[in-house]
Every structure is written in C-alpha cells, then in structure tokens.
Design a protein around this ligand. Structure first.
Ligand code: ADP
Ligand code: MG
Length: 473
C-alpha cells in the first residue's frame, strides 16, 4: 500500500523539521529568519500542509517567493505532491505593526513576478524550485531577449558561458548604461545553467545585497556562513551591479577573497556594472585588475531595427495590437533605453484601452508628448533644414529655392511640416526661412504631409528617420 505522508505525529514532525533544515541551507540566514522564523507548519491531511503565519505580509511574501521551494522540499521529504494552504493567526495589534514594519524594511528591491497560473511554466519543478530559491525571474530568459547588433556580442558571450561555465570567459564582465538588458542577461545565464543542470549551485545577488550580507555577517558574527555560501557552495556566481561595492572596504575585501576562491577552483563569475572596471570610482586596484582578467563585453543602446523588434515582441507578449507604422514611430522617438521603450508601450496601450481607442500614430504622439518635449525644445528651423537636406542628399539652398521638381518639392514640404511640428514658429515665419515663401505654401505643405503620413509608409519612414536624427542633436 502506498504510504502517504502522514504516518504519525512523530513522523510529521520529522518531515517538517527536515524540510525547514533543508530550506535553511538554501536561503540566506537573514531571509530565513525574516520569513520562516515566525511561520509554523502543520499537516491538515496527508497531502496538505497549513502554513500558519502572523500576518498577510509574511503570507504574501512566502507565497510569492518560496512557494515552489516549499513544494519542492515537501515533495523530496514525502515523495508525494503536497499542497500548501495559508492561515493567518492574528497576533496582538502591536506585534502586527512591528512585524509589518520589519517586513517592509527588509523587502528586497528586485522585481518579483507574480505567478500567472494560466501560464504553464517552461521549467521543471526542480528548476522552478531552484529559481524561486535564487530569486531568478523566469521572464528574463534568452528566449525573451531580442538580439541585434547592439547586443550581439554580449549575448553570444552570455550564451557561451551558460553552456560551459568556468571554461572560456572567466570572469565575464558585462557593462553598459541603465535599462539596456544587463540584469536580463544575467538572469538568462542563471536560468539556462539551471535548465542544463538543475543541480548547479548558483548564487544570484546584487552588489547591494552582497554588501548587506557582509554587513550582517559581521554584525551577527556569521562570516563563516557567508564564506561557505559564496566560496564553498557556489559553482556560478552572478553578481548584478557590482559597482555598488566600490568604496566599501570590508565588502571589497570579502569579494576579493570570494573572487580568488572561485576563480582558482574554476567556478564561473559573471558581473554586471554600469561602467568599465577602469571607470568605477573607488574600486580597489586589485579588484579592478581582476575584473578585467576575463572578457569585458559592453551592451549598447539598441538601434532602430532592434527597438522595433523589441516592441513587436513585447506587444505580442502583452497582447497589444501594434501596427507597424506605430511601432516605427515609437522606435524612432524613444531611443534612450529598452526600459523606456517598454514604459512608453505600456503607457500607450493603457491609454488606448482606457479610452477605447485603437493605437494610432496620433494617439502615440499624444501620449508621448511629455516624453518627447525634451527633444522638441532643442530644435530650430535651421537644424531641421540641414537634417532634411542631408537625408535627401540635397543642399539647404535647394530647399529654399523656388524650383518645383518633385525631388525638391517633397523634401521641402517635409521640412516645412517638421518645422511646424517641432518648432514654435508661425507659418509666415517658416515661409520666411524658406526663401521668403508665402505662408499659404507652408500651410499647404503641413496639411498635405499630415494627411499622407498615415497612408504612405515610405514617407512615414523617411520622416521617422529624420526625426530620429533630430532627436540626437
Ligand atoms: P539593466 O539591468 O541594464 O538596467 P534590465 O536588464 O533591467 O536593464 O532591462 C530593462 C528592461 O528591458 C527589462 O524589462 C528587460 O527585459 C528589457 N530588455 C532589455 N534589453 C532587452 C532585449 N534585448 N530584448 C528584450 N527585452 C529587453
Ligand atoms: Mg540592472
């Protein structure tokens, strides 16, 4: 007969303590004390364990971050699928207040994904448990990372390291500006390494979390545990925003020894940073040189085509209907980084759905008005004329001339349209700057281009490209 999980109270206790012991070795002591110390567990039947927590914060946090890990540990201990239910056992008011304060204070800043039960996970239960354990985000996988010329090299390096950790590029140092995908790639390496080998002992941590762990290990006299975690029990160290440790003496010292221990035992180290090692201020010299021992890979701003591909991918993922001309429009205008690109897409789609309107260029430009203001304010008629002339291989005097050949007339009208759109100038003023033309000519140009822009893809494309050049001035 299949022996269930429940045999006797004694065995239940055994199982519970085995599960907690195992969890204790897998998450850092700080987190364990915060989340598990105040929770108790009890079997309600053979396949369900009730998690009794003091408040909803602890419940939500355990449920969001450790559910998979708990299920995995119970599965291991019982050889049976165990479901978990939560019960809040209200302590006194003062206790609740104190605990909530504590929970808010210690909540890690990393973005946590809410589980979507409708969406089946790509990863096996073991890998999911490990991911939950490591705080990896399943959404940040290689599959979801759009590769273009700006990140081709770094993404290939990350793939190589994920396939063969500790072999070729050690350490791998990824650097670049904010919102360009460093954290995404670091996560992707972790996910891929776990997918290949679920037993990989990886540690994924930010420079800030590492610093906090060092501080706590000193304060609570737990440096031994810290060393075990980072030096002895780690095959793959993923450290995000490593520049954070610069200037923090004890943290740099601890990281120096960690680095040496891992490097010598051919364990892979991957770091991300906002700048090159040589440009990180207050970084100890010996770390600076070590950071450059392996491969330095930079991640650059995505080009127009990559921005479009990213927008298309995100809109597919989020079920947003994005016509190609609107996609081009956003990609042309939002050039700072991928995070901004995503933010603008979300803003546009939220606006469209609230107002029950389709996403058009007009709607996008309306929503992005504030965002785009910065670039409009720099422009002058003169700059626009130069940009248009350069784009069409013409000279500025051609635009100002009276010649009406189509090769000149269309660029001239586009230049007038852009002046009206981006510069605070009246129609007569603009006419004046185009060789003394009448204001009705400018009005006609503006109206004509405004009309054709939605129907003529090639004109729309030309205008987007010119605007993109203008935004970089
Ligand atoms: P960083 O760590 O460099 O500041 P992130 O990795 O946090 O940037 O990326 C910001 C956002 O942009 C994330 O949501 C990430 O998924 C997304 N992102 C960045 N680059 C890409 C890319 N090439 N393809 C798809 N999404 C990307
Ligand atoms: Mg980051």
């Amino acid at each position: 007969m299949e022996r269930g999980c429940l045999l006797s109270k004694f065995e239940n206790k055994e199982i519970l303590s085995r599960v907690l012991e195992s969890i204790k070795t897998k998450i850092n002591g700080f987190n364990y004390n915060n989340w598990f110390q105040h929770a108790s567990f009890s079997f309600t039947n053979e396949t369900n364990v009730e998690v009794i927590v003091p408040n909803k914060f602890v419940r939500d946090w355990i449920s969001d971050n450790y559910l998979e890990l708990l299920k995995f540990e119970f599965f291991k201990a019982c050889h049976n699928e165990i479901t978990l239910s939560f019960k809040i056992q209200a302590p006194s008011q003062t206790q609740v207040a104190a605990e909530e304060k504590q929970v808010q204070k210690t909540q890690p800043k990393t973005k946590q994904r809410k589980e979507n039960p409708a969406q089946a996970s790509l990863f096996s239960p073991q890998v999911q448990a490990r991911q939950a354990l490591q705080g990896l985000n399943e959404r940040y996988s290689f599959k979801d990372f759009v590769v273009g010329s700006s990140n081709q090299f770094v993404s290939a390096a990350c793939q190589a390291v994920a396939q063969n950790p500790g072999k070729n590029y050690n350490p791998l140092f990824i650097y670049g500006g904010v919102g360009l995908g460093k954290t995404h790639l670091l996560n992707a390496i972790g996910l891929e390494a776990l997918r290949k080998n679920p037993h990989t002992r990886l540690v994924y941590v930010s420079g800030e979390e590492f610093t906090n762990e060092v501080i706590n290990s000193i304060r609570y006299d737990k440096t031994y545990q810290l060393r075990r975690k980072y030096r002895d029990n780690c095959d793959l160290l993923l450290i995000d925003d490593v520049q954070f440790i610069a200037g923090k003496e004890r943290t740099m010292e601890e990281f120096f020894h960690t680095f040496n221990a891992l490097y010598e035992s051919r364990k892979q180290i991957i770091m991300t940073s906002d700048s090159l090692p040589k440009d990180i201020q207050n970084l100890a010299e010996r770390l600076r040189s070590r950071f450059s021992w392996g491969l330095l890979a930079d991640i650059q701003k995505p080009d127009f085509e990559t921005r479009c591909a990213i927008l298309q991918k995100k809109s597919e993922q989020e079920n947003i209907q994005l016509r190609s001309e609107v996609c081009n429009y956003i990609a042309e205008h939002v050039q700072t980084n991928v995070r901004d690109l995503e933010g603008c897409l979300v803003r546009i789609s939220a606006f469209a759905s609230l107002a029950s309107l389709p996403i058009t260029i007009q709607l996008a430009s309306e929503v992005l008005k504030d965002y785009l203001q910065g670039f409009h304010s720099n422009l002058s008629i003169d700059k626009i004329q130069k940009a248009v002339a350069t784009y069409y291989n013409l000279k500025v005097p051609d635009l100002k001339s009276k010649r009406r050949h189509r090769n000149l007339a269309l660029p001239r009208q586009i230049a007038m349209y852009l002046c009206k759109k981006h510069v605070k100038a009246s129609y007569p003023n603009i006419g004046q700057e185009f060789g003394g033309k009448d204001h009705t000519t400018v009005i006609h140009a503006y109206q004509k281009i405004s009309k054709v822009i939605d129907s003529d893809d090639s004109i729309q494309n030309d205008i987007s490209k010119i605007e993109s050049k203008l935004s970089m001035l």
